[in-house]
Design a protein around this ligand. Structure first.
Ligand code: ATP
Length: 380
């Protein structure tokens, strides 16, 4: 007999949740219900409150009022390490890894397998790590240092970590953001088999196609409020987008009215043996050029080379019809090229510095900067 949704067992139930960050009222009476063995998608525009809801459910942010129930028990404002013990696991949006430690050390951080003398049982941990990675279909050596992995591989390790604690509910925040198409396919298979075994998934994504392929229900948030929940077979993308933004959407792909000008960047014969070969393209003023390919295809390396961060062996780069020699990022910036990195936390931002310094340091040599600590003034 097939159960109807109404009689399905509820595992996670959030009611009337309010969360504040100082004066910011981030969640305004949110409700969410997740049943056993279902995949619920949580959607909303940027700032709608999705991450805050997850942080509040997992005890990272404090609930001002309202309740969070797990299998009937009130777990509101339970500390994060105790939340994991209850059976809720989270795979966060950003990668929260220890880059200098190995894959298995990251996987077992805080939950190491110990032998009877209280020491880490490396052999058991390696075996369990290999099994978990094998289940995700990823070929990564558990002894590899985290910083040697690509962004996508590190994201897979985060997901693996969430899978390893026998969780009843797994919350996945933008899990496919850094994954390739083939990694996404494997992840979907894993998620579907988890659903079959009764595990529930809360799936956050901005990618509608993925949500409609994978999920059973979809809950919508807007400006910190709960808008509603729809069963996937009974709704469509237009309706969900309308709920998210609160009005009818016009054309999804409206005709563009920007003027396309002359070629501003032309790359020809760009080669770095074994990495990329004979790369050729040009970009005109006002154009957006997409560069696609599987992970390892060399997309990032080509852009790094154009930006002067990776030496290339042959080829030509022209800006506004004039050949330029770019040997460093400073030269690239002087030629009017900017670069937003793939791994913003590590390569793109100075997290310990002020927003002021982060926002202005690209203007190489033009910004007077006074260190708040030592009061020295210098130009960046
Ligand atoms: P995104 O899709 O961009 O991740 P979101 O739906 O997850 O957005 P939240 O990050 O939960 O939204 O943000 C909800 C509101 O709370 C926003 O107004 C945001 O600016 C605010 N907010 C989030 N985190 C903090 C914080 N640490 N301190 C202060 N305000 C915050």
């Amino acid at each position: 007999m097939k159960l109807t949704w109404e009689v399905w067992i509820s595992v996670l139930k959030v009611e009337g949740l309010h969360t504040y960050y100082g004066n910011i009222h981030a969640l305004k009476g949110i409700s969410l219900e997740v049943k056993e063995g279902e995949i619920v998608s949580l959607v909303g525009s940027n700032g709608a409150g999705k991450s805050t809801l997850l942080s509040t459910v997992t005890g990272i942010a404090k609930a001002g009022s309202g309740t969070v129930r797990f299998q009937g028990a009130d777990i509101t404002n339970t500390a994060p390490h105790n939340i994991t013990k209850t059976g809720i696991s989270i795979s966060p949006e950003g990668r929260e890894v220890f880059p200098g430690l190995t894959v298995e050390e990251n996987l077992f951080m805080g939950k190491e397998i110990k032998n009877r003398f209280g020491f880490c049982n490396q052999k058991a941990m390696r075996q369990k790590a290999s099994e978990a990675l094998g289940r995700l279909g990823v070929r990564i050596d558990p002894g590899e240092v985290m910083s040697n992995l690509s962004v996508g591989q590190q994201q897979m390790i985060e997901i693996c970590k969430a899978l390893m604690v026998d969780a009843k509910v797994i919350i996945m925040d933008e899990p496919t953001a850094a994954l390739t198409q083939s990694e996404t396919v494997v992840l979907f298979e894993v998620i579907k088999s988890l659903r079959k075994s009764g595990v529930s998934i809360v799936y956050i994504s901005h990618r509608m196609e993925e949500i409609f392929e994978l999920c059973d229900r979809i809950s919508v948030l807007r400006d910190g409020t709960y808008v509603g929940t729809k069963h996937i077979p009974e709704t469509n993308m237009n309706e969900i987008v309308k709920l998210m933004i609160g009005r009818e959407i016009g054309e999804r792909y409206p005709e563009r009215d920007c003027k396309i000008g002359e070629t501003v960047l032309k790359v020809s014969g760009l080669t770095k043996k074994g990495v990329f070969q004979d790369v050729e393209f040009e970009v005109k003023a006002g154009e957006v050029l997409g560069v696609s390919g599987l992970m390892g295809a060399g997309r990032t390396e080509i852009m790094q080379a154009i930006f002067g961060n990776l030496p290339y062996e042959s080829g030509k780069i022209e800006i506004n019809g004039k050949e330029v020699q770019i040997k460093s990022p400073i030269q690239a910036m002087r030629n009017g090229i900017g670069f937003i990195t793939e791994d913003r936390k590590v390569e793109g931002l100075m997290l310990e510095e002020s927003i002021e310094k982060n926002a202005t340091c690209y203007s190489a040599g033009q910004v007077k900067y006074t260190c708040r600590g030592c009061k020295d003034t210098y130009y960046v």
